[in-house]
Ligand binder design. Structure first.
Ligand SMILES: [Zn+2]
Length: 295
């Protein structure tokens, strides 16, 4: 769910950043910029829907919404704990945003700052990993990787005469009467999602994007302004699209646009010109973009 798509300053049609990822019944809020609470209302996202918050870096368009969202989570007495990840070097900003004004704390907000590359959390549904990006202030991108599962193959099961409760038994036990689970099933690759904001091209960008089913990535600039992009620590549409192409991304979501460009379609044209051929969304506020179906 796209809550906002503007870099730096909101426009009449674009709010500051904000994205809610729904993943197996869990909600992960990424980079809540100013106005996120109102965008949540417009998008039908409740404070209860948020289980985890991931902030890439402490520029206002990625974090000013924390103050409002955190207070709302407490006002609504969300019944589960909420975890927050953000660069540890920005702890003072997080503290200020968390306690920007007086309110009654009712919810456990677990601070889990990031200061190194690697896995942050493992749940049954995913592993959350962070990778350092290249921006004037310390920034981390995030990636969710679902564990691989196994898909049962009905014709193979039938060939071995396995049916009814025995299907569950072989799944649990790994073999049954000399038939191995591998003989009657195949690997079902886990889904992968990455969130890459505010960075120049760097190793972290490629590592996060690798093999993703969906990549949400900034393309602040158009290709003709690549020099500006490098200076300010951003990507162009063409750069983001080339990353996605090389990484084998199945659905590319471009966002975080500079207000200098009037025509969003130009981002799509440049992404296609860069050779990216799979699904592409040039994000608009309140777009709902489904993860691609499992392979
Ligand atoms: Zn930004």
């Amino acid at each position: 769910m796209v809550l906002g798509t503007a870099s730096q300053v909101p426009t009449r049609h674009r709010n500051h950043n904000g994205y809610l990822l729904r993943w197996d019944g869990e909600g992960i809020l990424f980079d809540p910029g100013e106005g996120t609470q109102r965008q949540m209302l417009r998008a039908g996202v409740a404070a209860h829907d948020i289980d985890r918050i991931c902030v890439t870096h402490f520029h206002g368009d990625h974090s000013l919404g924390l103050a409002g969202v955190i207070q709302r989570i407490n006002l609504d007495k969300v019944p589960h704990p909420v975890s927050a990840h953000y660069p540890r070097s920005g702890q003072r900003f997080f503290d200020r945003l968390r306690y920007a004004t007086a309110y009654r704390e009712t919810v456990a907000l677990l601070e889990a700052p990031v200061d190194t590359d690697g896995p942050l959390v493992r749940t049954p549904g995913y592993t959350l990993e962070a990778r350092r990006l290249s921006h004037p202030v310390e920034a981390y991108g995030y990636r969710l990787v679902e564990p691989d599962g196994r898909r049962m193959l009905p014709d193979r099961l039938a060939a071995h005469g396995i049916e009814g409760p025995d299907v569950g038994r072989i799944q649990r036990e790994g073999s049954l009467n000399g038939v191995a689970l591998e003989d009657v099933s195949e690997v079902r690759r886990g889904q992968r999602f990455a969130f890459v904001m505010d960075t120049r091209l760097c190793d972290g960008v490629y590592a996060l994007a690798e093999g993703c089913d969906m990549l949400v990535i900034e393309s602040t600039f158009l290709d003709e302004d690549e020099e500006l992009a490098v200076d300010f620590g951003h990507l162009t549409a063409g750069q983001a699209a080339r990353v996605a192409r090389e990484a084998g991304v199945r659905h590319l979501v471009l966002t975080h646009f500079s207000q200098r460009y009037p025509d969003p379609e130009e981002f799509e044209r440049q992404a296609r010109a860069a050779g990216y051929e799979a699904d592409l969304t040039v994000a608009r506020d309140l777009d709902r973009v489904p993860l691609p179906k499992r392979r």
